[in-house]
Design a protein around this ligand. Sequence first.
Ligand code: ATP
Ligand code: MG
Length: 362
Amino acid sequence: MLYLLRYGELALKSEPVRRRWEGSLVRQLKALPGVEGVRRERGRIWVEGEVPEEKLKKVFGVVSFSPCERCDLSELEEKAVEFCRREGFGEGQTFAVRVRRTGDHPFTSPQKAAELGSLLQRTFRGLKVDLERPQRELFVEIRGEECFLFSRVVRGAGGIPLGVEGRVVSLFSGGIDSPVAAWMMMKRGCEVVPLYFDSSPFTRPEARERAERVVRILSEYHPGLELEVREHGKFLQRMREFLWRKGEERYTCLLCKRRMYRVGEELARERGALALVTGESLGQVASQTLENLRVLDEACSLPVLRPLVGLDKVEIGELARRIGTWEEASREVGGCGASPGRPATRGDPERIRELEKELGSE
Ligand code: ATP
Ligand code: MG
């Protein structure tokens, strides 16, 4: 099988950046199971081998691709007819021929398209031309003396090649939101280190298992993706008792998240990551008010990226379905037994710093 791949934003880059990005994309394609060869030429990549389309759909940087056939320009007419016969072109269908061409040729693209179109009409009786909304399409890319024939354009993952933007630590609960947030960063070229906080006994073991399963799903987009797990339950236990004594249980969730941010920052430094990523979205739940996000941001010095900030629950759900994490991530694993009845929606930064100081010196 031969695939023709298109990639988008690379074209906007300076020459050295483009070379680096293309190189990275080619390396990732070569590492796919079944790939026998990868060839790159300005603006296009060809992948040869028994590669399932599902795998190609998960490579960031690929805007779209087409399973195609190669032939020489001298045999184009004959091969186009054979190709369309195999594709089932025929009686009563509408069709269009689309030609693109690079190199020096005595014909223009529209001329070649018209020529091939009338040949197909003579060969397959009852075929009607419809350039607007055809049922069938034959695409022909002519590059010098080489031609590529295809009939389908499959949407790819888009974005930019994985890893070219550097590394981030993702606070990864395995719920619906944070895996989508992690995926969006991958799509923008970031290598991701997913970090899960295990709050048992306040959460069930299923919660951690869910995070592990969701990571496995995302690893299809990000080879080698592995969940980092940190123990968080003992801290929660101690912090809860402390806040309870102070009559400030409403700050439980903020103090909990602030510790996650700090531990996330430590891990980021160890792993050379430049930012944290969370699945927070503005106003989604009590803890995600603008005031509270500010309180959280103050807990660490790295930028905190929140790719879902402007999305609502429905949009995030649609993305999760497209990515393939929805089913696993929406599985009920029980809530957090540490959350207070009435969590603070407008955390007072001053008070929180005081409480943390006291808690830390206990
Ligand atoms: P999600 O759908 O990602 O679980 P949520 O809507 O349940 O998010 P919160 O529980 O307030 O919202 O969590 C906000 C963010 O904090 C999450 O998106 C995630 O980035 C991070 N987070 C929450 N719990 C954990 C955890 N156990 N381990 C790691 N990160 C977590
Ligand atoms: Mg959650």
